[in-house]
Design a protein around this ligand. Structure first.
Ligand code: TYD
Length: 136
C-alpha cells in the first residue's frame, strides 16, 4: 500500500515549567531516524523544498513560528499549515513537497530516514510526474 501524508501528533508532557514534546522512533516517528536538518532565517517570501525523494521519508515540524507544507502525490495537492511544535507532517517517498509562507523566526525541523544522498532527490517536476507513474 502506498503510504500517505498525515499529521502526526507528538506527545506533550506539560507541567508548570512548560511543555516537552517527544519524537521517538517506533513511537511517533514511523521510520528509523537517520538524520535531522533544520531551516531557519528563511527570508520572507522564500520557498524551500521543491523536490521529491525516491526513498527518504520525513517528518517536518514547525519548532517555532509557522509555514505551509504543500504536498503533491502526482494526483492531488494538499496544503498543511504547521504552527505548533507538537505536530509533524509525515511525508512519504515519491511526494513532491514545497515549504512556503515562513513566518519570521520560524524553524522547520526535518527528521528523516536516510543519510544525505543527492541521488535520492527528484528535483525536476516533470521527472517526478514520470517516475510517480511507476511507483506503487
Ligand atoms: P535542499 O534539500 O535542496 O534544501 P530544501 O529542501 O530545504 O530547500 O538542500 C539545499 C542544499 O543543501 C543542497 O545543495 C544540498 C545540501 N544539503 C546537504 O548537503 N545535506 C543535507 O542533509 C541537506 C538536507 C541538504
Amino acid at each position: 500500500m502506498i503510504k500517505k501524508c498525515k499529521i502526526i501528533d507528538l506527545p506533550i508532557i506539560a507541567d508548570q515549567r512548560g511543555n516537552l514534546s517527544i519524537a521517538e522512533e517506533s513511537q511517533a516517528i514511523p521510520f528509523p531516524m537517520k538524520r535531522i536538518y533544520y531551516l531557519y532565517d528563511v527570508p520572507t517570501g522564500a520557498a524551500r523544498g521543491g523536490h521529491a525523494h525516491k526513498e527518504m521519508e520525513s517528518v517536518i515540524i514547525a519548532l517555532s513560528g509557522s509555514f505551509d507544507v504543500i504536498v503533491d502525490d502526482g494526483k492531488k495537492k494538499e496544503k498543511f499549515f504547521m504552527n505548533r511544535p507538537h505536530y509533524g507532517i509525515y511525508v512519504p517517498p515519491f511526494t513532491w513537497r514545497e515549504i512556503v509562507n515562513f513566518s519570521s523566526n520560524s524553524i522547520a525541523l526535518a527528521i528523516v530516514s536516510t543519510p544525505y544522498d543527492e541521488a535520492d532527490y527528484i528535483r525536476e517536476y516533470e521527472s517526478f510526474k514520470d517516475q510517480i507513474k511507476n511507483y506503487g
